[in-house]
Design a protein around this ligand. Structure first.
Ligand code: AGP
Length: 604
């Protein structure tokens, strides 16, 4: 989604903003722009193309020491240059970049028009510089406070005033924004990756904080304009995480990091054969859990489905998996002995955050599984378990999914151990199987040429089915999402048994069907279902860990190493991730930045 970067300092803002925008590209965007002030002149450049074309556009810009940049993911107003940020007021004095949505912008726009302001875009954002102009009393801090008290919705703003080239303003409500602190230079950013090259010292703004930055210092005020202490955190991340390291695409690099991700997760949490989680949950709290709700979106929700399978098997506690955008408006039934589990790679997904706030308000115990430290979900949660995936850049989540699955598997074992709900010896065997997983996963990664060959055969197809029963259905769902989100081929992840209740109508001669078969006790049923689709002309690829799988009933088979069935998603998803990757490369599409999608979905 939209990204913000801002700079004030002794160096040239142009190159720093371009570099910051490049680092924000992974969030997904459809246009971008930047504004700088140089010798009292305001320079604004925008493009519908990639950041590289901005570089060309600003080539003749003079050196500037202040500026703001933005990557836009359209919400209000189509994808066109005049809707790209930054936006100014009618008199080109105040300049604003914005993440979020201003819900009452229509009434504000009407009021501003009546006062003679002219609008040049269809965005909600454009009301903001005009409101600043309307209320400006010579004190920008007071004016920004006044404006943010009028607007409703979510926002993170970077604000410049053409007449005040020594001041950069930032403020936020329900959309992340940080201040970066350097030497003789300071920064703002919606995401620390944008400024990590220059500083790892950040201050995380809280809702309605207003920060004023100049080259030498940063001041932060609360919503009453009382000064606040600037709390500095040092980010423990490496800028090289956001490099491709020789791979053609981030997605391919990240799939190849699946193995190390699982290893890191296990090494971090399993010490001397015991799972160590530092949680504010007593043994009694755990014994009292009556039901678990796992709440997440997209791929994280699919990781949650895997969690349902293993938690229910090992603990017999009923688990429901909730799509965050539905759960928040569903008037959910929650009782004091419930445990909520939130899963989010970015920790910034608006719907998941809203559910977390709802659950907190009801006083329900919760644990969040998050990849990005210091993200909003991390900061809001009473208990956090960190996935050890490192920075994930490609929009399609791969290694973060693997890390979420591994961590929720460990959490299930941890609960079962505390509850004594599963045979102790069996449980420690299961944990040992987990420790063996990285080697098996590596073997699967090394089978890539098979996945590449198969991808060639489906690259021009219109529809692909991903089918499975039980846990295999959850893997199918995630495989289907991967394929559709980057290759734009229509795909369906369907419960195999449910197929004949409707979707089988779409099965035609040659329709590709990828069947997951990793669950021994469901093999016979899966075989019958395969026969049903073969009879309708489907071209079937089976992805299986089962030696007894009857290869002659399908067109192609990918045999994966046998792993403990509870962990099959961790290796069986790898072929599906790689097939989606190769299909997309074959089609010549942008693998890492698929159309319409954003890495961090910060609006609901
Ligand atoms: C994954 O490939 C997707 N792009 C998407 O479904 C993602 O998993 C979802 O938006 C949730 O994001 P989060 O994990 O950052 O909360």
């Amino acid at each position: 989604m939209c990204g913000i970067v801002g700079y004030i300092g002794e160096n040239d803002a142009n190159s720093i903003l371009i570099n910051g925008l490049r680092k924000l590209e992974y969030r997904g965007y459809d246009s971008c722009g930047l504004a700088t002030i140089s010798n009292g002149e305001l320079q604004i450049s925008k493009t519908l193309n990639r950041i590289e074309s901005l570089t060309a556009a600003i080539q003749n810009n003079g050196v500037s020491h202040i500026g703001i940049g933005h990557t836009r993911w359209a919400t209000h107003g189509g994808v066109c240059e005049r809707n790209a940020h930054p936006h100014t007021d009618s008199y080109k004095k105040f300049i604003v970049v914005h993440n979020g949505i201003i819900e009452n912008y229509l009434s504000l726009k009407k009021m501003l028009k009546e006062k003679g302001y002219t609008f040049y875009s269809d965005t909600d954002t454009e009301v903001v510089p005009n409101l600043i102009d309307l209320y400006y009393n010579g004190n920008l801090l007071e004016t920004v406070k006044k404006v943010t008290s009028i607007i409703e919705g979510s926002f993170a703003f970077g604000i410049l005033c053409k007449d005040r080239p020594n001041e950069l303003i930032a403020t936020k409500r329900n959309s992340p924004l940080i201040v970066g602190i350097g030497n003789n230079e300071n920064f703002i950013a919606s995401d620390f990756s944008a400024i990590l090259k220059y500083t790892n010292k950040i201050c995380i703004l809280e809702n309605d904080d207003i920060a004023i930055l100049n080259e030498k210092e940063v001041k932060v005020y609360d919503k009453n304009l009382d000064p606040k202490q600037v709390t500095i955190k040092e980010i423990d991340a490496d800028d090289s995480d956001s490099e491709k390291n020789g791979y053609d695409h981030f997605m391919l690099k990240e799939i190849n990091e699946n193995t190390i991700t699982v290893k890191k997760t296990i090494d971090y949490y399993v010490i001397d054969g015991k799972i160590n989680f530092d949680l504010n949950l007593t043994d009694n709290d755990i014994k009292n859990i009556k039901q678990i709700k796992i709440i997440a979106c997209g791929t994280a929700m699919h990781a949650g489905l895997n969690g349902k399978n293993i938690i229910e098997k090992l603990t017999r506690i009923p688990v429901s998996v909730e799509v965050a955008s539905e759960f928040r408006y569903s008037d959910p039934i929650l009782t004091e002995n419930d445990l909520a589990i939130f899963i989010s790679q970015s920790g910034e997904t608006a719907d998941t955050i809203a559910c977390l706030e709802l659950v907190k308000k009801k006083g329900i115990k919760h644990v969040s599984i998050v990849n990005v430290k210091d993200s909003t979900i991390d900061r809001l949660s009473e208990n956090v378990l960190y996935t050890k995936a490192g920075t994930e850049i490609a929009v399609a989540s791969t290694k973060a999914y693997i890390a979420q699955v591994m961590l929720i598997d460990l959490f299930a074992i941890y609960l079962a151990d505390k509850l004594e709900s599963y045979n102790k010896e069996e449980l420690s065997k299961i944990l040992n199987y987990a420790i063996e997983l990285p080697n098996k996963m590596q073997e699967v990664l090394e089978m890539d040429s098979m996945f590449c060959d198969y991808a060639k055969s489906i690259s021009n197809c219109r529809d692909v089915f991903f089918l499975g029963r039980g846990l295999d259905y959850y893997i199918a769902l995630e495989g289907s999402l991967k394929l559709k989100e980057i290759s734009y081929i229509h795909s369906e992840g369907t419960q195999f048994g449910e197929l004949k209740h409707g979707p089988i109508a779409l099965m035609e001669e040659g329709t590709p069907a990828i069947v997951m078969a990793t669950q021994e006790k469901l093999l016979d049923k899966t075989i019958s279902n395969i026969k049903e689709i073969k009879a309708r002309g489907a071209r079937v690829l089976a992805v299986t860990t089962l030696k007894e799988f009857p290869v002659d009933i399908v067109d192609e088979v990918i045999h994966l190493p046998k792993v403990c069935e509870l962990f099959s998603p961790l290796e069986a998803i790898i072929p599906l991730q790689l097939i989606a990757y190769h299909v997309t490369v074959n089609k010549g599409l942008d693998v890492d930045k698929p159309r319409n999608l954003a890495k961090s979905v910060t609006v609901e």
